[in-house]
Design a protein around this ligand. Structure first.
Ligand code: OGA
Ligand code: MN
Length: 279
């Protein structure tokens, strides 16, 4: 097998073919990491991995982290999270729970958010259930110089359940909430691998911009989110069974789509990779 890498979207996304993640050679591992750094989202096609082998294989991208969750951990490989179309919001209204149905970056409510997320499409619906991504380097680069100067040193409070929250997130117990105090992150962050600047937004978790009046803070966060999620910055991934999609939370946002019909199954296994404090 020969590894080949091709572009997926205009602004981000690449697909790798001709590689078996059960038996990755060092040279291919290096090429996958480079393709991810260059393209922000990397889809490795056609994989067939046992849960533990998938978890282990993701070590090529960094140190895998445990994923504390109310209910969704894999029964055998506990640090794998299961995202399934059968998930229900057990603490809320009992409706189907589609994690991440609004634009977000993973884990920004933590002081040290994960760097990468990887999803393995074990079972994917025939239609629907795409994942959309945006390029947050490009969104930053395109800002007028005056805006870059105005926002360059701003810092944002992120919270698991912010008061400006418009989107439904999984309910957590009071005990869990107590373990997730608010954190502060820069609005513009510098990627530790590429050295490039990216807007760092999470409409699901942002509470306020430090030092701004509430109305100004809300207006700025809304304006930045609207700017960054324009179609020109997007790539929309149509899943094939056996895809492993890896994305970089430090320079992208993503969203799930809950548009597949009841009765059609979507079953993904998720691994997150250790990050560093955003600067
Ligand atoms: C996630 C996520 C999107 C999807 O796993 O963090 O947002 O399409 N997933 O399942
Ligand atoms: Mn997510």
């Amino acid at each position: 097998m020969t590894l080949s890498i091709s572009k997926l979207g205009d602004r981000l996304g690449a697909a790798a073919e001709g590689v078996d993640m059960n038996a990755l050679v060092p040279n291919d591992a290096e090429r996958l990491r480079a393709a991810l750094a260059d393209n922000l989202v990397l889809c490795v096609r056609g994989q067939k991995l046992e849960p533990q082998a998938y978890f282990d294989a993701m070590g090529v991208f960094g140190k895998q982290l445990p994923q504390p969750s109310a209910s969704a951990n894999h029964p055998v490989v506990k640090d794998l999270l299961i995202l399934s179309s059968e998930d229900r919001d057990v603490l809320g209204d009992g409706q189907r729970l589609v994690a991440g149905a609004a634009w977000h970056t993973d884990d920004s409510y933590r002081a040290v958010p994960c760097s990468l997320t990887t999803l393995y499409g074990v079972e994917v619906p025939a239609t629907g259930g795409d994942t959309q991504f945006v390029n947050m380097y490009a969104a930053y680069d395109d800002l007028p110089d005056a805006t870059k100067a105005r926002i360059g040193a701003l810092r944002v409070v992120h919270s698991y359940a912010p008061s400006r929250q418009l989107n439904k997130v999984a309910k957590r117990t009071a005990e869990d909430m107590a373990t997730m105090p608010d954190v502060i992150h820069p609005l513009v962050r510098t990627h530790p691998v590429t050295g490039r600047k990216a807007l760092y937004l999470n409409p699901n978790r942002m509470e306020s911009v430090l030092g701004l009046e509430r109305a100004d803070s809300d207006a700025l966060l809304d304006e930045m989110a609207a700017h960054a999620t324009q179609p020109k910055y997007q790539y929309r991934h149509k899943w094939r069974q056996g895809d492993i999609v890896v994305w970089d939370n430090r320079c992208t946002m993503h969203k799930a789509n809950a548009d597949y019909p009841e009765g059609s199954r979507r079953y993904m296994l998720r691994v997150i990779v250790e990050g560093t404090v955003p600067v």
